[in-house]
Design a protein around this ligand. Sequence first.
Ligand code: COA
Ligand code: HC5
Length: 627
Amino acid sequence: MLRLLSRAIVRQTCSSNGGRMPSVQPKKLKGRMFSVQAALPKYPVAPLEQTMKKYLKSLEPLLSEEEYRHTEKLCKEFQNGVGKTLQNKLLERAEKRDNWLSDWWRSVAYLGFREPVVINSNPGVLFPKADYNDIQGQLTYASRLIAGLLDYKVMIDEQTLPVEHLGKNPLCMMQYFQVLAACRIPLEKHDDWTCYPPDRPGAPKHITVIYNNNIFEVPVYGGDSKPLTTSQVRDQLSEVVKQGATAGEPIGLFTMEHRDNWANVYKKMIQDKTTKAALESVQRSIIVLCLDKSNNTMTDARTVSGHQMLHGRGSSYHTGNRWFDKTIQFIVGEDGYSGLNYEHTTAEGPPIIHLMDHCMKYISSGKDWSPATDVKPPTKLQFNLTQDVSDSLIHAKENADRMVSDLDLKVFVFDEFGKNFPKSQKVSPDSFIQNALQLAYYRHHKKTCGSYESASIRMFQLGRTETIRSCSTESLEFTRAMMDSNVSKQRKAELLRRAIDSHKQYTNDAISGKGIDRHLLGLKLTAAENNMEIPELFKDPAYTFSGSWRISTSQVPAKSESVLFFGPVVPDGYGFCYNPQEKCILFGVSSYKSNSVTLPAAKMAELIQDSLRDMRDVLAATMKANL
Ligand code: COA
Ligand code: HC5
């Protein structure tokens, strides 16, 4: 496995296509996009002893005494033996690169990952419902969305986006530069990734629109290089609908395939010049816009639409009307529900959500600009499929439908309080919510598990994410106490505050380069790249077990009341994504129907709400007692 991985890494960094980060000519406009980019610190390699100590601490709630002692021994041996060599090699790598991790991460987390990107990797987002219910309203909404996108793109092109901050710290803005120009390309064993950044010749001037499974190249700039107005975009979309009246072959289903299957089909497809040009048009476009039919559902329309955004609801609904390899797909339904799906290689959630929030605001503003001239009409892209490729589409359809039918999702709003309550109790809202997720899991499973929360490490150049191991000795003590009627509310509140503090401390460490998971990964990959024996530490069941994220979570705050979701990362796990607002929290919860251990998503959603309420009650009661 590791050998395969190291070969894949070499292949990626040697890739002739855009497999590597595009470089940028940064403009240093004060407070804007790249003004502080060069001054951002480099991602450090943490001291080995520190990582070993923290790793052992993270295992305390997960292992038996005996298992713990075994791993403790392995850590000691590693730290005094091969770990030293690996650490030195990793430090050498860090010396030579802007970020020792980013290429590896792109490869291990994304391009080398062979399972279908849909559900397993691409997140979905459901926007607040818009007030229309027919195709005319759909086209008007979609054209406002695209106008908002073009308005945002000006800030990327001119590098005038404000620098994002985490607390007081400025963050790396490279992902923003790439989100409107990138696409994943299937290759056997290890995908490629292409990017056409805005400061290069050939930067994209069109979007891809998919309607009724037909795929179109739609110019969104005039011959005068001006962006189209809302009504000009709308005219383009009306033309798409006219030309796309007959359903096309659902070739988007291929992008939901296992990556090696898709790579195999792709290789055949690009033998045909016309098809190759059509595929490149999609890859080179700014974004994909999917114009979907109505879901025609009366019950829990939000959850149904969540499925639509995450995977398209299968071949008889919208899954063929997608291109899941594209970094951003906006999805606009005929029934007022819209959202997006994004391929994760290019960026984390925050740049995508920032763009989305801008579009939401733009839609309700009266803004527009003067019309562009010399506008080229949409072109329906031509795909010539051989019999062989058409046959593969039948398998792709079966595989997609199997995956879709197994995914359980619940999209809901907890509206009894939001960030305001934990803030009033002087505790971190994120750490409060994470402990609620721990409690919800414990309520049903009567134990804890490997738990992942994404932490941003974009305070560093080209930083991506680190893991917050959100299950701790303190969180386990708290969850146990909550389920014990003999423990007083006062004590429960004390344990909750302690668990919150522990989580907050881990968070602060993770965002400042003192996490453990990326460092451990770096040491393991260093061994693989140097053809060294995999150290015992990484063969230890505790390493695999503690990194099997049965709870996989992420906080992505948005200005709008949008809901975000993704699939579980292990069969017996849950995916929890939340968008905390001041007075409510929007949640997306997922699990697999075929798994007999996990609860249906709606049941788990109830446990989360019960946990949030119970935690509020213990804190509020003790607050009163202290007055
Ligand atoms: N008392 C009162 N208020 C507090 C508090 C306390 N003890 N602790 C925190 N707060 C406030 C904060 O000031 C902040 O205020 P704001 O709403 O005005 O901004 C708010 O509560 C939220 O803080 P907190 O809940 O502690 O979380 P955070 O914003 O620091 O986020 C992470 C924590 C882990 C989510 C964040 O560090 C991070 O890494 N985000 C990126 C995650 C990511 O990239 N996800 C997508 C991956 S694809
Ligand atoms: C719409 C935003 C969804 C968030 C996506 C996210 O958090 O992805 C995580 C990325 C990372 O590197 O931590 C992975 N995760 C979904 C498995 C938590």
